[in-house]
Design a protein around this ligand. Structure first.
Ligand code: PLP
Ligand code: COI
Length: 372
């Protein structure tokens, strides 16, 4: 849907800020931030912008975080017209706060909106909403030793209409929460269930869009994995049920004995274009590692793990950062990667990425954006 709405003016999208009068007291906030886990400790405010067909984006507001009022016929509740993003704000050694590649999230949000026939959020509006919210709730960005502020921009179709069609009204909303480790494993190796029964995405489907439906569809596999003691799920391609695609909420990478870093290619149109994936491939190339974006089959993985050719496997994404995988399990059995511990390439790439994100190292690619 093309929505370079001529009627949207700067004054429509200038954020009106209504501060919460009873903001969380500092001592209470600090206690909540001491050990926040992931996605449960929310900040005081949220950003909301409304889209109406014919009028464009308007009524941009930052206001106290509160429940949404939705008509029970709102399209999102019936036909799942919903997309989201995941990004983080990092506290740097001098106490300031910065974002990592927010422009890439804004671009991917546009791609997701296009695939789901939703209104396009202009990239500067996306970035303004995120920046203003984080500035206002800056005190909620945890200390670096605890974690980050996870930012969740999302868009829902709010038109009250039960006919199946692209909605004419949307809300673009940004909320934020404290984020410690995504896995309750202190960044130690996780175990992964190889899903053989269901698939995450097929060619022509919605795999490259960050839409809620993809995650809903991944949950039965996630449950099955959990029953087998696994933390995450690895999905295979829909056609042959053989080629590694990605995990429920992160991309996957392998390291071989000759030092090559390999990850599944994006040309199948079924894998989310991870920003962490792209950043790690760039950092690996910077270090002179051989990088391959090539298909890799699950039977190859079992064989290479057994022969010792496959040294390390890790998951990567905004929430997961770089999480080593120690074991794979499946109905057939599974395998251990290396000695089941965190590998050297995994930890050094994780460190290189985090050092840039947290402002501890130079940022040669211009990825970070200081916001105060
Ligand atoms: N794949 C899926 C299915 C995801 O949900 C995510 C997380 O956002 C990723 C990959 C990694 O993407 P990114 O590195 O942009 O967070
Ligand atoms: C992210 O990493 O931002 C995601 O959206 C993945 C999800 C598992 C939290």
């Amino acid at each position: 849907m093309e929505t370079a709405e001529p009627m949207t003016t700067e004054s429509d999208t200038a954020f009106k800020i209504t501060r919460k009068t009873d903001i969380t007291p500092a001592a209470e906030r600090e206690a909540m931030l001491a050990n926040p886990g992931f996605g449960r400790v929310f900040t005081d405010h949220m950003a909301v912008v409304t889209y109406t067909e014919g009028k464009g984006w308007h009524s941009a507001e930052i206001l106290p975080r509160q429940p949404l009022m939705l008509d029970p016929a709102a399209s999102v509740l019936h036909y799942a017209q919903e997309i989201f993003e995941g990004m983080k704000a990092y506290r740097t050694p001098d106490g300031s706060v910065q974002l990592f590649r927010p422009d890439a999230n804004a671009r991917r949000f546009r791609h997701s909106a296009e695939r789901m026939a939703m209104a396009q959020v202009p990239e500067d509006l996306f970035l303004d909403a995120v920046t203003q919210l984080v500035k206002l709730d800056k005190d909620w960005v945890p200390k670096p030793e605890v974690g980050t502020l996870y930012i969740r921009p999302f868009m829902i179709a709010t038109e009250a209409a039960l006919g199946v069609k692209p909605a004419s009204e949307f809300k673009f909303i940004v909320i934020a929460c404290a984020a410690g480790e995504y896995f309750s494993k202190d960044a130690g190796p996780v175990s992964v269930w190889v899903e053989e029964r269901t698939v995450r995405a097929s060619r022509g489907g919605t795999g490259t869009a960050k839409c809620g439906g993809n995650y809903a569809a991944s949950l039965t596999a996630q449950m099955e994995g959990k029953e087998h003691g696994c933390h995450q799920v690895l999905f295979l391609d829909a056609q042959e049920r053989r080629w590694l695609e990605e995990m429920g909420g992160m991309n996957v990478m392998m390291v071989f004995e000759d030092g090559t870093l390999q990850t599944p290619p994006l040309d199948s149109g079924t894998i989310l274009h991870g920003i962490t994936r792209d950043s790690l491939l760039t950092l690996a190339r910077d270090r002179g590692l051989k990088v391959k974006e090539e298909r890799y089959a699950i039977d190859q993985l079992y064989g290479d793990a057994d022969s010792g050719k496959l040294k390390e496997v890790f998951a990567c994404g905004t929430a997961a950062v770089v999480t080593p995988i120690g074991t794979f399990k499946s109905t057939e059995g599974g395998c251990t990667i290396g000695n089941g511990q965190t590998g050297e390439v995994t930890s050094s790439l994780r460190k290189a990425l985090c050092d840039i994100q947290f402002g501890r190292a130079a940022d040669p690619h211009g990825w970070v954006k200081k916001i105060g």
